[in-house]
Design a protein around this ligand. Sequence first.
Ligand code: ATP
Length: 509
Amino acid sequence: MGKEIIIGVIPVIIAFLVFIGVNVAPLIIAAMIISFLAFFVMRQGGMSIGQKKTTVETPKTKVKFNQIGGQERAKKELREALDFLIHKDTLKEYGIRPLKGLLLTGPPGTGKTLMAKAAANYTNSAFVAASGSQFVEMYVGVGAQRIRDLFKEAKQKAEKNNQESAIIFIDEIDVLGGKREGSQHREYDQTLNQLLTEMDGITTSEHPRILMIAATNRADMLDDALLRPGRFDRQIVVDLPDMKARKQILEIHVKNKPLADDVDIEAIARDTFNFSGAQLESVTNEAAIYAFRDKSKVITQSHFSHAIDKVMMGEQTDRESTAEERERVANHELGHAIVSEVVRPLSVSQVSLRPRGQALGYVRQSPQQDRYLYTLENLEQQIMIALGGAVAEEMLYGGRSTGSRNDFEQALHLVNTIIDSGLSRLGIVKMDMVGKEALHEERQRILNDLLDSTRKVLTEHFPVFQHALNHLLREEVLNGEQFRIMLEEARALPKQSKVEEIEARRMKA
Ligand code: ATP
């Protein structure tokens, strides 16, 4: 309303000044310059006028701890810390200083933001959230002003909602709280200083009480000043979910979805090793989208299977390949799958010829158990599985193709892990202390030995290629069970001289 009145009055005043003979040109130019500057500053979000909000508008949070799957230890630690906020009288009795900052550390998408929201709900606190990158601005002082605004906003919100405490959540705290080097001055030093000052100002008697929760994927990058006692002195690790936690997360996200009877959540949890909570949520959502596209009333296990592939490898591509290329890719993937099933029975979950992302085909493995510790044997098996594709091509076509590049990268990475972990013939070594020659020799020895073992496995199981190839080319996808049946059938075929058979195939090719 005020704005409209001003817009109406200004032209009248200008007309009057012109009428009485005043030269209005300098006035108009000055007004234009001031408006331009004001607009510019507002766009940068510097001043409180224009109120570019630093925080994401968050209505009272409704997230509860039981809506967060897994993370039992993190939830317990967080709840314990929050109890200090709830029972503040006991704090006073014991003379305990208030908890000011909690740091949640862990990979992206593991539920750190969810935890902070649940914390606000649990303690009936007002909740304001911001991200570290929103504080990094070109203009000195802008970030610091935003920190002040953030604390002000949290207090106002708590007062407005009649709440006794407020939680300020800063995601990506490493962006504004990274290690400071030497005397180098950066704009965000001021922002960080302001944050430290505000945190130092938090007291037990303050009303409303403020608790800071920050999240980062890189706790090692944070400035020591932030981690000092009295600031973010409690660190809670929010890690990737294990098998049981993945099942719980999936169960939370399928609650509102129509599932077919064949859906096996445990199998999906098994197939999604190393997925974060966010990726698992995405799997359930993508599965529902596939069901919707198929006009199916319920989401089936096959929709979930496609969804896992999509989240892991990317969207299916329409890359057209020639018949020879497709056959080569099929044999390459069968090579991986045969080795995988032979060295780790029941490990193949799917063999696919559908191009996704950068891959023309792929084998999805399904570990029977999550594994966090690897023996030499485990690593060697994984290298053999990676080499299986290239060896299959070599045996069937007399040479490899560029399709094995990623496999070799993976194999070399694992070879380095063997050497680095003191599992090679070099003994316990530090990679950069071993001569290049010796390192190269050991790498080649490990790889050549494993190439030989892979050749042996594939020669033993050579009939599987012939037996499964046409089926795979026709169906495009074989699930683990189908593949295992083919493997068994091929094993039962009359044994002939495999070497001769390989030679004959090669000649034909
Ligand atoms: P980032 O580090 O990238 O900011 P984050 O750790 O804060 O990620 P969230 O934003 O909390 O992750 O999670 C994103 C989404 O993933 C959530 O909205 C939720 O749908 C899902 N999610 C993640 N972890 C869990 C979990 N443990 N239980 C249930 N859902 C989860």
